[in-house]
Design a protein around this ligand. Sequence first.
Ligand code: LCS
Length: 397
Amino acid sequence: MKYNFDEVIDRKNSNAMNTDGFREYIFHAPQDMKFPYEDDEFIRMWIADMEFATPQVIIDEVKKRLDKRIFGYTKIFDPKYFEAFSSWTKNLCDWSCKKEDLVTSPGIIPALYELVEYICKPDEKIIIFTPSYAYFKHAADYNNMELVCSPLKNEDGYYTIDLEDFEEKAKDEKAKLCIFCNPHNPTGRVWKEEELRKFADICFANDVLVISDEIHCDLLRTGKKHIPLAKLYPGSDKIITCMAPSKTFNMAGLMFSNIIIPNKEIMQKWNERHYSFENPLSVASAQAAYAYGLEWLTELKLYLDGNFEFAEKYLKEHLPKAVFKISEATYLGWVDINAYVDKDCDLPLLFANKAGVLLEGGDMFVGNSDGFIRLNLACPRAYLEKGLERICNLLNK
Ligand code: LCS
């Protein structure tokens, strides 16, 4: 391999959420919350960023931008950004959006918070599938909208949409928006074309608009193909697509994402109300990622494939009653440990206190997630092994 994903990178003194923000994020606790482990003794498998360096080609382009020495108000005027993004999606999923439909946002989460406000009226409802990335719920809560959850079906660790349940919920006249995760965090499902079509047909038959959050779409197991929902409905203005280089290239802190809004009314609201300046370093990094990042991503995916295979083998051997399927996408493993723990157990607290592992689990995923832990596998393999060893040792006690 050309790139060294085994390298251990010191993240101390970088204001990283991953190393310093877990008390606040996982435990809603102040910085003086105590554990039997020092902070640097923890194995961190929680927040969705990676222990790998952002590729040098991106860093070099950011450096070039730094060398221009002035960081004044910035917007994207140069067509090179759209060209890079567009050929990236064309190459990866044989799809690209129209230039006039693309806007950018400091993140998909801030965009969700805004879009919910622009799309929904106060007494309307938003549907999500559970388990869910919790910010989908937060986006509804922030806007005081009622949230309706449709639990995914789980057969031996393989998740599918419960179309009957979803249809019933979509039929509610007040249901106007579905925030959909494609591919899905935390289960790692890459939805098949048939699943996407059945899901979206129900939405459109019932006047439900879809925000398709496709932030994980570049991080598929090697050989898998992402299908943007919008690709299946060319010309539709009922699908908003969100994509970003942040997960793919480990640059979430640079705060940049692509929001594709074919709906003219919503776009008008966005243009009137969105604060639309850019961070010049973020633009440089995103453009470089899409223009030059493919070789690195191809190797990253192979390393992640290896980590998933390693985890599968390790869990089979040491935790035979756990249910774990290699995620089709994301670098997140979703593990059912119900055979080992009580339903109402606070799993993040248990693993932090008793195993020295920081992870997310249980009700952090809104619902349909009791007794599940989510493991971030985007780390050097030796680090992953240590984490799995600690988890299995605790559960086998
Ligand atoms: N959408 C999904 C589905 C995500 O998984 C994440 C990050 C975001 C949006 C965040 O987008 P941003 O605002 O950074 O552009 N997921 C995380 C997770 O599962 N744990 O930590 C972050």
